[in-house]
Design a binder for this molecule. Structure first.
Ligand SMILES: Cc1ncc(COP(=O)(O)O)c(C=O)c1O
Length: 393
């Protein structure tokens, strides 16, 4: 059976070159990067080369990159590393749970948190961030690209506001890295999170950019790894994989790979909207990463659709992988203003470098029929069809 994977915001396959780069570090070059002998030094050099590659992707210095176990740890390290009891934090309602649940925990610990809303396109208004500032505001955390809609946030404007107010600015760039250029100086952030498995490196890898001079409390206590910012023997093969993926992401961005994927994404979107009634794009008109589109198909149940499409060989998602299984409508889509039924009727299509035009042809060949079938089962759809046999979109 043919299987096509269009759920790359949940995770991406490691690229063959990434695997090849990692391979020697499991057995032949197994040294502990903290050891002073030949084996350790060989590994240390490789880790530092990977750090350079990640720094190049982010436009920062290698010494400002802290390797972590992924995006969740990077987000936690940023928030818990700087915020203290009594501090005020500004974040948004559409953050990933790695930030939202950390913010909730900060509230339990005696911090105050303001969750700024988004507009109908899923964008934060930087002026809302400015208005939320208080004398005790220590930290702003607003993501660079949303994982469900792909909508890019006005991080440069927020960076300016943070600088003017002398407040730390963190951005979760997990869904932006490799898809749009990142330059921490332009953004003006003090901290920025990335995750390996969203950019064709292995799961369980990631990094936090920490601006020079930012004094971060570590999450773990142990050895002096990562300049005492993240204790624990480094995941060397994972770090090498992340470094290789970062290097390849820089090259792919320069070679126009995102234009290719953007054209495929646009074809999915245009074809579905033209051929299926009662559909629309969530976040339409907003700047987005080129690899993601989130489309509502009124009168269907997203979860049922994911299962129906999976049986036909197409993997997509109703929202963040981390919240799949939950019946609650997506917090991102409801924050945009979608009513719960429409949020539940929304599907996310996300492309990765392995995807081809044939993958898109396949998706477009199975989708219309699957939507029609599910709508046949919908009493609401039948009722309104009877009332108005020719429906406007
Ligand atoms: C925006 C965003 N932040 C953070 C994470 C968490 O990253 P990780 O899976 O590497 O812990 C994800 C994963 O879905 C994400 O999409």
């Amino acid at each position: 059976m043919r299987r096509v994977y269009l759920d790359n915001n949940a995770t991406t396959p490691a690229l063959p070159e990434v695997l090849e780069a990692m391979r020697p570090y499991f057995a032949e070059q197994f040294g502990n990067a903290s050891s002073i002998h030949h084996h350790g030094q060989q590994t240390r050099a490789a880790v530092e080369r990977a750090r350079e590659s990640v720094a190049e992707l982010l436009g920062c210095r290698a010494a400002e990159v802290v390797f972590t176990s992924g995006g969740t740890e990077a987000d936690n390290l940023a928030l818990f590393g700087l915020v203290e009891k009594g501090d005020h934090v500004v974040t948004s309602t559409i953050e990933h749970h790695a930030v939202l649940n950390s913010a909730k925990r900060l509230e339990e610990m005696g911090c105050e948190v303001t969750y700024v809303p988004v507009d109908g396109q899923g964008r934060v208004d930087p002026e809302d961030v400015r208005r939320a500032l208080r004398p005790n505001t220590k930290f702003i955390s607003v993501m660079m690209a949303n994982n469900e809609t792909g909508v890019l946030q006005p991080v440069e404007e927020i960076g300016k506001i943070a600088a003017e107010a002398d407040v730390y600015f963190h951005t979760d760039a997990v869904q932006a890295a490799g898809k749009v250029p990142i330059d921490v100086e332009r953004i003006g952030c003090d901290l920025l999170s990335i995750s390996g498995h969203k950019m064709h490196a292995p799961q369980g890898t990631g990094a936090l950019y920490v601006r020079k001079g930012t004094l971060l409390r570590p999450l773990f206590y142990g050895g002096n790894h990562e300049r005492s910012r993240r204790a624990g023997t480094e995941n060397v093969p994972g770090i090498i994989g992340l470094g290789k993926a970062a290097e390849m992401a820089v090259a792919a961005l320069a070679a126009g790979e995102m234009e290719r994927l953007g054209a495929l994404r646009d074809r999915i979107q245009t074809t579905l909207l033209e051929s299926i009634e009662a559909t629309g794009v969530n976040g339409e008109g907003a700047p987005r990463v080129p690899t993601t589109t989130n489309i509502y198909f009124d009168f269907i149940e997203g979860e049922a659709m994911v299962i129906a499409l999976d049986l036909k060989g197409l993997a997509i998602s109703t929202g963040a992988a981390c919240s799949s299984g939950a019946i609650e409508p997506s917090h991102v889509l409801t924050a945009i203003g979608l009513r719960p039924e429409r949020a539940r009727a929304s599907l996310r299509f996300s492309l990765g470098k392995q995807n081809t035009a044939e993958d898109v042809d396949f998706a477009l060949s199975v989708l219309p029929e699957a939507v029609a079938r599910l709508r046949e089962l919908s009493p609401v759809y039948k009722k309104q069809e009877a009332a108005a046999p020719t429906k406007a979109k």
